[in-house]
Design a protein around this ligand. Structure first.
Ligand SMILES: Nc1nc2c(ncn2[C@@H]2O[C@H](COP(=O)(O)OP(=O)(O)O)[C@@H](O)[C@H]2O)c(=O)[nH]1
Ligand SMILES: [Mg+2]
Ligand SMILES: [Zn+2]
Length: 362
């Protein structure tokens, strides 16, 4: 039996789709009479999670196993079914299939979810030495797959000379497809919350992504109107922040949206194949139709409309990300083949053992 109050949870980002998925999942649970609660994960730690009522919970082993088998894991933002045991300890027993997932791959090609059930992604980048157009394109590829509204937030406009701010903003706007939202802010200033208001609809979930020191936690605090998230001093010689935010966490804003602050992602490799790439580079996708050759690789081919119409460094980054994505999906296939081979070998060994025992027993 599932207990939840829709209107109360809607303020935390619960949608009708997620609620009906939760009800379905509850009906599938073996013990129909057992009381389960619909909860959202707001923090993630090594040994468990924190639920939206502040309660720490551990993840039941069967769920851990079934998620791992499918290459999934729980993330902040996930809706889950929780039950309390006889000691009153909370256990996460089911995960409601999320409506959106942002995942990255590590250097070995393994997939790691970053956050679930997100409506808006704010790609936060400093206008200081943190500024890097290629990295923004990488972040755009990271979030391109899930129907997530994306805005680029350029911070530290207050500490940079106005000419540099203007030049960097213009560079980015010229390079990215028209219609990309770019907002220039001082993350410390209270009025920045008003600038971002159109992206913070009540009941929606917003995630802050960006490298360490970019101003994600500062922005989170400004939106919250309170110093909740730790912010770090930046080492002055290279603008890199220390990793002060160690786990992702979800907060409710006064205006009714939820915001998820994240630590800087060290290895930022987008997940998802060619669709993520096409989603992040819609201009290239559109121009490709006008290339002379239908199978144009936008390399050295004559009559390439992409090479003509797209910033050269952007095109180089597109090719680089494409190579990475293909390599990752290849190594994933390779791992799946290995796993299948191990399983088959295990089955064969068990079969031999059984036959041996059978022979011995005769
Ligand atoms: N002056 C100024 N400082 C900022 C701005 N954004 C971030 N900072 C500072 O940069 C440092 C790193 O910010 P933090 O929010 O911890 O970065 P995070 O790693 O992305 O969470 C902190 O000392 C902030 O005060 C900004 O827009 N203007
Ligand atoms: Mg932080
Ligand atoms: Zn071409």
């Amino acid at each position: 039996m599932l207990e939840f109050e829709f209107s109360a949870l809607a303020a935390l980002g619960l949608t009708p789709v997620l609620a009906s998925r939760a009800v379905e999942l509850d009906l599938e649970c073996r013990d129909a009479a057992e009381l389960r609660h619909l909860m959202r994960i707001v923090e993630e730690h090594r040994d468990g999670v924190v639920l939206h009522d502040g309660r720490p919970a551990r993840v039941a082993l069967p769920l851990q196993r079934s998620l791992a088998d499918r290459g999934h894991a729980l993330a902040v933002g996930d809706w889950v079914l929780m039950k309390a045991d006889v000691h009153g300890d909370a256990w996460v027993v089911q995960r409601v299939p999320p409506t959106s997932v942002i995942a990255r791959r590590d250097a070995a090609g393994r997939r790691h979810p970053v956050v679930s059930n997100v409506d808006v992604a704010l790609l936060v980048m400093g206008l200081d030495d943190d500024f890097n157009a290629r990295r923004i394109e990488r972040f755009l590829a990271l979030v391109a797959d899930g129907g997530i509204v994306t805005a680029i937030v350029l911070t530290k406009a207050d500490v940079m000379p106005p000419a540099v701010v203007a030049e960097r903003e213009a560079t980015l706007r010229a390079r990215l497809p028209a219609g990309t939202t770019v907002i220039v802010v001082n993350a410390l200033a209270a009025h920045t919350a008003q600038l971002l208001q159109p992206l913070l609809a009540s009941g929606s979930t917003v995630v802050m992504l960006g490298s360490s020191g970019a101003g994600k936690s500062t922005l989170t605090n400004t939106l919250l109107g309170a110093a909740i998230q730790d912010t770090g001093e930046v080492r002055t010689h290279d603008s890199r922040g220390k990793h002060t935010t160690t786990s992702r966490s979800l907060h409710r804003l006064p205006g009714g949206a939820c915001v998820i602050d994240t630590p800087g992602l060290r290895t930022l490799r987008p997940d998802g194949g060619e669709t993520a790439l096409a989603g992040a580079f819609p201009d290239i996708d559109a121009l490709a139709a006008r290339c002379r050759f239908r199978d144009c690789g936008h390399g050295a081919e004559p009559g390439c409309a992409v090479r003509e119409g797209v910033d050269a460094d952007r095109l180089r980054n597109f090719h680089k990300l494409g190579r990475e994505l293909r390599r990752d999906s290849l190594s994933l296939l390779e791992r799946q083949r290995q796993l299948a081979a191990w399983k088959a070998r295990g089955r064969a060994t068990r079969e031999r053992m059984r036959q041996k025992r059978g022979v011995a027993g005769d």
